[in-house]
Design a protein around this ligand. Sequence first.
Ligand SMILES: [Zn+2]
Length: 487
Amino acid sequence: MKQASGFEKVAARCWNLLNEGKPFTPIFVTGTLLLFYISEWFSVSFWSGFLFGLGAVLPLLVLYYHYDFPLFLRNYLWLPLIGFLIIFDHFSLTASLFAIALYFFFTVFFWGTLYYHLRIGTSWTNFTRFWKLVLKNSDSTSGNAQEQLPKVLLIIGIWTMVTDSFIGSSLSIEWDKLLMLYGAIFLFSYILHKYLFDWKPTIKPTYTEDVKSSNNKNEKVIMIVIDGMRKERFQEAQTPFLDSLKKSGTEYSQMETVYPARTVVCFSSMMTGTYPFEHGINSNMVWGRGVKVETIYDSLRKVNKSGRLLGIAHLVDAMGDDVDTVTAVMHNDVADSNIMGRAREVMKEKDPDFFTVQLIGTDQTGHSRGVLYDEYIQKIEEADSLVEEYVNWLDENGYMENTTLIICADHGQADGIGGHGHLDEGERFVPFFMNGPSINAGKIVEDKHSLTSVAPTVAHLLGAPIPSHSRGEILTEAFNHRKEEKD
Ligand SMILES: [Zn+2]
């Protein structure tokens, strides 16, 4: 199984610049207008107008970078655009149509067809479905047409107004009106986010309290994260092995992911026990160097134990050297079986005490083909048999004797291009169950819990200190205290 190359790690970062909605907006409008004005490139007055225009839209770029307009809040983005059209006479219809055309070319053809074809072998005709998915999509990526288009059109409207006033025409800019428009947009955005954006999971205000229990002598914890496995789609799939693990273990029926529900953010929260505001990873685009707080891997090192995370290249940006990568450039039909092959190798070579494996096939099918189609269910069913083979292999090789198994997803996926981020329907609660000799059989915990519980629970099970900034509760409901009873 190929690891992700250095090139792939860089390419994955570059792709995130276009894939995450926030960096996409400024990059896209700048690129679009450079192309739109291509015939003016040799004119000095164009360049002064273009740069002046950039200066004029800068406050908007900053505002739109700062604020997502998640879920229904995106509908409010059309109001500033309407305001602009009413206040100013100038509106470049050709630039707007050009931007819309380029946007759909980028999302539907470049991303949904070419990129997926080259990376995971999706069919060349994927655009016939992908355009519908983009229109419905509600996540924080650039593939959220209903959020990106009103943002892009307003920025382009103002930018072309300023640029055109420099290119020979007698157009003059009414700066006082522009200033008033900006003031109104800032106030409006602030009010929307303060009073209407109320569905973020509540952050636990205190750090994790350790508990006394005899369940802290596990030899291993093995966690399999089926990336992007939406809970009720999992229930609809035929997954006999996972079902049997769930039945003979403890299930958490209200396990909540974090906000924003992006893969690298969710993994960072699981491995540190805290939320994005504290670990510092706020999207899949990681600007700095890794999480800012202690991870479960740091905790394990303190007691001479080790943890490994086997996953895609993006995770290195957050968790650094504790990650073994797998290449994400591979036909989606073989991705997960290859990852499981690599998982056997890592287990044999490094024998980690805490081992996490990320399966990516389900998530990728959701993104490229949508979650409400049969292909997505099929990928979950494939994951079921791959997990079965892997657990049997672990068992045969003596790795399961005093081991707790955790099966979960990092987030669900919403309708559209398998979107996740803003906690739309289907994203928030994830499948989560534990199984093993220290874990209660046939128990269902219905209280709400958070994926931030992963790090402290694993630390506890392996007798390691809890990571320094962990806030999640230790999942004690699952513990059976078997040794205590025997003593
Ligand atoms: Zn994910």
